[in-house]
Ligand binder design. Sequence first.
Ligand SMILES: Nc1ncnc2c1ncn2[C@@H]1O[C@H](COP(=O)(O)OP(=O)(O)OP(=O)(O)O)[C@@H](O)[C@H]1O
Ligand SMILES: N[C@@H](CCO)C(=O)O
Length: 301
Amino acid sequence: MANTVKVRVPGTTANCGPGFDAVGIACTIYNDLELTVSQEAGISLEVTGEGAGAIPADSSNVVVKAIQMVMDKTGQHYKGISLRMKNNIPLSRGLGSSAAAIVGGLVAANELTGNRLNKETILDMATAIEGHPDNVAPAIFGGITVSIMDSGHAHYLRFLPPVDFSMVAVIPEFNLSTRAARKVLPVSIPFADAVFNVSRSALLIGSLATGELKLLLHALEDRLHQPYREQLIPGMAQVLAAARQAGALGAALSGAGPCLLAFTTENSDEVGRAMTKAFEIHKVQAKYQVLKIDRQGAIII
Ligand SMILES: Nc1ncnc2c1ncn2[C@@H]1O[C@H](COP(=O)(O)OP(=O)(O)OP(=O)(O)O)[C@@H](O)[C@H]1O
Ligand SMILES: N[C@@H](CCO)C(=O)O
């Protein structure tokens, strides 16, 4: 059996406004992970790109955790783990870096232990590590996913939209961990806000599935997490407004932020420039990237 494998995993944008912890989209921004296993004890790590110098080379690393989970599940243990990462997905910005790391570790280790786990099992394992399925599902399957948890198992729907669109990801230079961004969320919300989100998230999936993208303006509205997270992202409301004024179909917080994401069918660069400029007014340096939907999810390369 081979002892080295290389995996490519897409970044992901989760929530998409109202679909908190449920909706995710795989994006054309990728991390490459090379895993080599051996019986020589130790963990080695080489990182180029995002996270170089900041990612730990020990069992606290989520990639290592994911690999060890596969070894425990399959009963095939290796003492030596050597990792080489080429990362394009920025860490703690809302583009699914942790999901990509977890999925990369699971898919790579599965390949080196005889491919015993199917994608649904990998989804359950990834969700157990990440805590919610919205980023890991599109990282595994590509496309747009809606996922729910039931008794420890993730159930998902995956689809591709019938029309083409772009996603303008505006990435501030500061980090915001998902943990910190979840701490500001309330324990309960008013019934009217729950109704607001149910209607918008239903409209969101309907709009993406049918290609009625004009509905995104309302379908990206949210009262479950964005209003509470606004305090963590200087200028958030103004940057989202700038996206719409520049011609975006709609815009929302990407994952737990601080990245903000606009949906466009034209003038993507104009939208990106307007959003970075609005951030600048609030003394936040940001860059933008125009992304498309990744259709494949994690693949062996
Ligand atoms: N390539 C990687 N290798 C190992 N660990 C990583 C890697 N990328 C990210 N991580 C871990 O994931 C953490 C970031 O996860 P976090 O959930 O806060 O942000 P995110 O996944 O980038 O954003 P979001 O979940 O909002 O999309 C990092 O601090 C690091 O611990
Ligand atoms: N649904 C998650 C995505 C980030 O991991 C959140 O918003 O906290």
